[in-house]
Design a protein. Structure first.
Length: 162
């Protein structure tokens, strides 16, 4: 089930939408489609296809990590994708159950081989996001922020406020 809310926040319109997905591999593609559909459903947003592709790939990596590294990927469990869209960009959150290893914290590992299939997820999220991090301390999961091309706040983010 998906819930959408449109409201005025600060100086612009914001769309907040979330969906709970089963902890199965098919849900990674569903999460990707969900993010793309949410952004496209916002009539006040026009963005380049490559920016939208980047957001879709980021949620794909975050959803894959949710299945692989948290209890959300255990049989019968689920994870939630939340998408917030405004005139500056999109914030993607993947809410999960706790990690399988109690001391596990999402972190970037620089791949020694860029063509590797595994172990590059958060490295790619780090490269494609303007900002990302964990949701904690009371909520398990990871978020990513992608700014629209030409956004005036982009220069501020790239100047060190990542």
């Amino acid at each position: 089930m998906s819930i959408s809310v449109f409201l005025w926040k600060g100086c612009g319109l914001v769309s907040m939408t979330s969906i709970a997905l089963p902890g199965t591999p098919d849900s990674v593609a569903a999460a990707r489609r969900f993010v793309v559909e949410v952004v496209r459903s916002c009539p006040w947003i026009t963005t380049a296809a490559d920016v939208l592709d980047r957001a879709a790939l980021i949620v794909s990596e975050l959803a894959t990590n949710a299945l692989r590294h948290t209890r959300s990927g255990d049989p019968g469990n689920s994870f939630t994708v939340r998408v917030d869209v405004n005139e500056h960009g999109v914030r993607i959150e993947v809410h999960t159950l706790p990690p399988r290893q109690w001391d596990s914290v999402p972190h970037v590992v620089t791949p020694d081989d860029p063509s590797r299939e595994h172990g590059r997820g958060l490295y790619l999220v780090d490269q494609w996001s303007h900002r990302w991090g964990t949701l904690g301390p009371w909520t398990e999961g990871v978020y990513s922020v992608v700014r629209w091309d030409g956004d005036p706040c982009l220069a501020e983010d790239q100047a060190g406020n990542r």
